[in-house]
Ligand binder design. Structure first.
Ligand SMILES: Cc1cc2nc3c(=O)[nH]c(=O)nc-3n(C[C@H](O)[C@H](O)[C@H](O)COP(=O)(O)O)c2cc1C
Length: 317
């Protein structure tokens, strides 16, 4: 079943973010206001078929609260994509996303991620391998506008010849990383191309969306079917819920959420995963709160999750 077509537009999508948006993060989003679609962190198909698969597959863990959920995979070997697609289908994912946008040098060197924008033959083989195994699950591609230069017309025209249900466009080239403002007018051009071709493929825009209202505004202005939100979730995890103003939530309540987040991390991962990656998420709960910067610098200096939990518990005594 293609869940994308059942969602009300504009569709609000949680961006995949490595080392941040794991199942624990996503379960916290559920408490604050769920996006319309969840994404896993990007997961290597080769890694999932290697000896280290147990660690790699942590990225694919999810609970029944996180639906619809799309598993994002990356690699360069169509057979491995096919094998992993099979795995994702049996794990209960609602959709499969192929990463064709990662600008990391090591990833691109291996002909993966954004490099596929310039290798249409391999991109086609990968998509067709995934399509064959995906049963009736929808397939999406998360991509950029080009590698060194903007190639919207060529790339989107090419993708629209393939059996893809949604294209998520981060409005920058790989070379631009996140260093320039996203070129939303290019995302608008992709929508124009799609409309001219009368294609049913959805276009989701991504890049620099700062709030719920900004998402609505960009969807209207550029005609996209939906908007994906990444870094703004770190400033405001209530971003998918337009009924809550985080500025009105008292610090105590936010700290209680941070404590819940830490405890859920402990319960979910135990010793499986180092808690250091959580430190960058403290600002979700403490940013822009008067008097909280001292507390944050204290928290980031604590060396273990147990110490951090007990420090916060004392705050509530
Ligand atoms: C820390 C971090 C990790 C990311 N990890 C992924 C990833 O695993 N897969 C992916 O497709 N994009 C990844 N991205 C890119 C985001 O999904 C998104 O495209 C980008 O941040 C632009 O959106 P934003 O301006 O709303 O943040 C990552 C970005 C950041 C900052």
């Amino acid at each position: 079943m293609n869940f994308w077509t059942n969602l009300k537009k504009p569709i609000l999508v949680q961006a995949p973010m490595e080392d941040a948006t794991d199942t624990v993060f996503r379960q916290m989003l559920v408490k604050f206001g769920s996006p319309d679609v969840f994404f896993t962190e990007f997961t290597s198909v080769d890694g999932l078929l290697s000896k280290g698969k147990n660690i790699v597959s942590q990225r694919l863990r999810f609970t029944k609260k996180e639906h619809p959920i799309v598993g994002q995979i990356w690699g360069n070997n169509p057979q491995n994509f096919a094998a992993v697609t099979n795995m994702l289908v049996s794990m209960g994912f609602d959709g499969i996303d192929i990463n064709m946008g990662c600008p990391d040098r090591d990833v691109m060197k291996k002909e993966c991620g954004a490099r596929l924008i310039e290798n249409h033959t391999l991109a086609r083989e990968i998509i067709s391998a995934v399509k064959k195994e995906a049963k009736n699950l929808p397939i999406s591609i998360k991509t950029r506008l080009g590698v060194k230069t903007v190639q919207t017309k060529d790339w989107i025209n090419f993708l629209l010849t393939l059996p893809i249900d949604a294209i998520i466009i981060h409005g920058r080239t790989a070379k631009e990383l996140s260093k320039v403002p996203a070129h939303w007018e290019e995302i608008g051009s992709a929508v124009y191309i799609r409309n001219q071709k009368k294609s049913q493929t959805l276009i989701i825009g991504n890049g620099d969306v700062s709030s719920f209202d900004d998402a609505q505004k960009k969807a209207t202005q550029y005609g996209v079917d939906g908007v994906m939100i990444g870094r703004a979730m770190f400033d405001n995890p209530w971003i998918f819920n337009n009924k809550i103003d985080p500025a009105k939530i008292p610090l105590e309540e936010k700290l209680a959420y941070l404590l819940t987040h830490l405890r859920l991390f402990q319960k979910t991962w135990g010793k499986e995963k180092y808690f250091g990656s959580l430190k960058k998420l403290y600002k979700m709960y403490i940013a822009n709160t008067p008097g909280a910067s001292e507390l944050r610098s204290k928290l980031v200096r604590l060396g273990t999750i147990e110490e951090t939990v007990s420090y916060l518990e004392k705050c509530f005594l």
